[in-house]
Structures are given as structure tokens and as C-alpha cells.
Design a protein around this ligand. Structure first.
Ligand code: SR1
Ligand code: MG
Length: 408
């Protein structure tokens, strides 16, 4: 057993010894197994389990490079930010984030609660599962973590200290490039354009100057609006879920940024699930139920967030100027416009940027995938270009229906 006094990337079979050395969680001498279970683009995630007691634990370790693209320079300190944020978020959204047992600065690893009985949401959605509690849980998480870390609620000095502590230049740099620049310029030639859609993307995205200008504004808003402590990468791969409960995890991209970035990303990822169901499911009741659930959940995500914004605002806001008549709705309208804008940027980057999503790439039929991508692009453009007019869930449903009609 090593002493873990200098960093190395662990192999799955080395992780049980590491856990035993760091934590009194399993009995001494327990027969433990270690398995890599992550499929993310960045880190390594291991499950260590004791077959005798049935207990298990998760170790997440930052590798020396990201998994998707070794050339992306990303500090291994990203794990520290993630561990600290999860602790903070557990105050604002108790029970909705996993418990962190330990963060090890040398090994750049955190040991945390295994979300037993929960499935990664993207995996579940690809099997066309539905989750009745999701919109409630997600909006409770977002309203708590976002509004209560903003200047609406948090003491201004405390917030500025947190802005410093959670400055996250490497991970923000990834988003600024991969989400908010390259999908419009392909300046580093890293985009993945599905060949049947090459001309379409050329005309509808790279060649649309009005769109590129709005994307530039959204990029600068992302870089210059430390509104709240956002998750920064809130998609269905950052959620572990079952029929009764939701865990939000993987906040390594967190920093103080615009709230709408989180809400919008989630809305668009729910739409990717809809696109997969629409392309892949056989006609019938199950398909209708799944598609309705996705659509309702998109609408509920926006509408329940608005309801909870209202409640959290009334319960927690103490800032005197924020209590001026009319301020509450003015502030909300900014969040909602950002929500639509960043739903749009997420849509475009997952279609033809570097990091694509299985919901779309797993559609094997060429015609169906081509069409699904075009629907996403049209909906995403609508969200970006007309973001001020997306003020409730029904606006998203109507925009999706317009995009689907356009490609029928
Ligand atoms: C280099 S990382 C690519 C993407 O994966 C993460 O989940 C983020 O979404 C990032 O943009
Ligand atoms: Mg992630």
C-alpha cells in the first residue's frame, strides 16, 4: 500500500487500498472490489464495494488531462472546487447533492456517498424512463442554490469572498471555447459536424451573422455576470435519479455566473431526450407518454422555477434596493432571457461542437438523425434570437412545435 504522498492516477484495482488508507468506512480486512464507472469527458469515477456488507463508496479522481481531449489544459485543482461546492450546495438544497466524505489535495481525489439505487439520468432517459419528481427536485435545487448565492440574498462581502474562492478559469475557459465560441466559428477545427448536415450547419449557424452576434453577447454575459454560484454543467449526465429522488452532482464547472446558464442547459438536455424518443420509439402509448413527459418537464422546469423564485425572493431577500416595487419581476426577466439564450447555445454545441450527446449520436437511422439535429438547431436558434420572448414553459413548447413543423 502506497502512502499517497505524491499524485498518481489510480487504476481501478488500486482504489480499494486507497479508500482503506484514507477513511474508516469499510471494516479492516474487508474484501473490496474497485471498478471504473464514469463515462464523463473529464474525470475518472470509481466505485469501491464490499460484497459482504453491501456497502459501497465513490472515488472521483482528476486525471492529469481531460479524458475527451488531452490537449485541453485543466488544473487538477478542479476537484477542490467541486468538493467545496457540494458542501455549500448541501446547505441550500439539503438531500439533493451527495455527501462528500473527504477531499485529498495530493491525489486530487474526492471520496463521496455512493448514490445507490439511482441511475445516471441520461442513461435512464435513453431507455425512455420517466421521472415524476424530477421537475420539483430540480427546481428546488436551482431556486435554493442559485437565488440564495446571489446578491438578492447573500451578504455582499460574503458573496465577494465566494466569488474569489470559486473563480474557475480553466473550466470556464472550456465552456467559453466549446460552448460559446467554437460552434459559431470552428476556429480550432474541433467541431464534429454530422456529414449529412454539413451544408445545413454552414448556412444556419456559421453563415448566420445575426445568430453569431447574439452568441457573442451571451458569451460576454457568461464571462461578466457573477450573478450566482452556478453548477456550470447542469445536464442529464450530472443527475443521478430514481422514481422518488434526485441527486445533482459533478459541479466541477461551478463559478459565479448567470443563473440562466444552468436552467437553460437543463431545458435543452431534456429536449435531447425528447428527440431521441421521437426518433427511436415505436408508435404507441409508451412513446406518447414519454414524449409528453419530456415536454411537460421542460415546461415545468421553467414554470416551477418561476414559482420558487417568487417564494425564495419573498422569504429571503433582505437587500433594500431589491425590494423596490417592480425589481423582482425585472430581475426575473433577465434570468428568463438568459435561460432561453443558454438553452440555445447548449443545443447548438451538442449538435455540432466537440462534445456531443448520446441522445442524438445514438440515432442510427441517417434520415432520423439528420432531422433530429435540424429540429434542435432550429429550436436553439429561436431560443437565442428571440430570448426575450421566452417567459414561461408554454413558450418553449410552442417553439419546439414550430421547429418540428419546419422539419416535417
Ligand atoms: C472537455 S469537456 C467537454 C464537455 O464535457 C463536460 O461535461 C462539459 O459539458 C464540457 O463542455
Ligand atoms: Mg460533468
Amino acid at each position: 500500500m502506497g502512502d499517497y504522498s505524491s499524485y498518481f492516477l489510480m487504476k481501478p484495482e488500486e482504489v480499494p487500498d486507497y479508500v482503506q488508507a484514507k477513511l474508516h468506512f469499510f471494516p479492516e480486512g474487508a474484501k473490496l472490489s474497485g471498478q471504473e464507472i464514469g463515462d464523463g469527458n473529464i474525470n475518472y469515477v470509481f466505485r469501491v464495494a464490499d460484497r459482504d456488507s453491501g456497502k459501497s463508496i465513490i472515488v472521483k479522481q482528476a486525471g492529469p488531462t481531460t479524458r475527451i481531449e488531452p490537449d485541453l489544459g485543466v488544473s487538477r485543482d478542479r476537484g477542490r472546487i467541486e468538493a467545496e461546492i457540494l458542501k455549500l450546495q448541501s446547505n441550500f438544497a439539503p438531500g439533493l447533492v451527495p455527501e462528500i466524505y473527504l477531499y485529498d489535495e495530493v491525489m486530487c481525489a474526492m471520496i463521496m456517498e455512493d448514490m445507490v439505487g439511482h441511475t445516471m439520468m441520461r442513461t435512464g432517459l435513453l431507455q425512455h424512463e420517466t421521472y415524476p419528481e424530477f421537475a420539483e427536485d430540480l427546481t428546488t435545487f436551482m431556486a435554493g442554490c442559485l437565488i440564495r448565492t446571489s446578491d438578492l440574498v447573500m451578504d455582499h462581502k460574503e458573496k465577494k469572498e465566494l466569488v474569489k474562492a470559486f473563480t474557475n478559469p480553466d473550466l470556464c475557459g472550456i465552456t467559453e471555447d466549446l460552448v460559446l465560441m467554437e460552434p459559431y466559428t470552428d476556429c480550432f477545427h474541433r467541431n464534429h459536424v454530422y456529414p449529412p448536415n454539413e451544408e445545413f450547419i454552414q448556412k444556419e449557424v456559421y453563415g448566420d451573422q445575426a445568430l453569431c452576434l447574439e452568441a457573442a453577447k451571451l458569451k460576454f454575459n457568461f464571462m461578466n455576470n457573477p450573478q450566482a454560484l452556478i453548477h456550470g454543467d447542469l445536464h442529464t449526465g450530472s443527475i443521478f435519479i430514481n422514481q422518488e429522488h434526485t441527486f445533482v452532482f459533478d459541479p466541477e464547472f461551478a463559478f459565479f455566473g448567470p443563473m440562466g446558464y444552468d436552467i437553460g442547459n437543463m431545458v435543452m438536455n431534456l429536449f435531447f431526450a425528447w428527440c431521441n424518443g421521437e426518433a427511436e420509439m415505436e408508435e404507441g402509448r409508451k412513446r406518447e407518454d414519454f414524449l409528453d413527459w419530456c415536454m411537460d418537464t421542460i415546461a415545468d422546469t421553467v414554470d416551477l422555477f418561476v414559482q420558487k423564485y417568487d417564494r425564495v425572493f419573498d422569504a429571503y431577500v433582505t437587500e433594500p434596493m431589491a425590494k423596490m416595487p417592480g425589481f423582482k419581476s425585472w430581475y426575473l426577466s433577465g434570468i428568463l432571457a438568459d435561460t432561453a439564450g443558454y438553452a440555445g447555445t447548449e443545443g447548438l454545441r451538442r449538435i455540432h461542437g466537440m462534445a456531443n450527446v448520446k441522445d442524438i449520436t445514438s440515432i442510427e437511422d441517417v434520415g432520423k438523425r439528420t432531422r433530429a439535429e435540424r429540429i434542435v438547431v432550429s429550436f436553439a436558434k429561436d431560443c437565442i434570437l428571440n430570448r426575450n420572448s421566452f417567459i414561461c414553459g408554454a413558450d418553449y413548447v410552442a417553439a419546439i412545435e414550430r421547429a418540428v413543423r419546419k422539419h416535417s
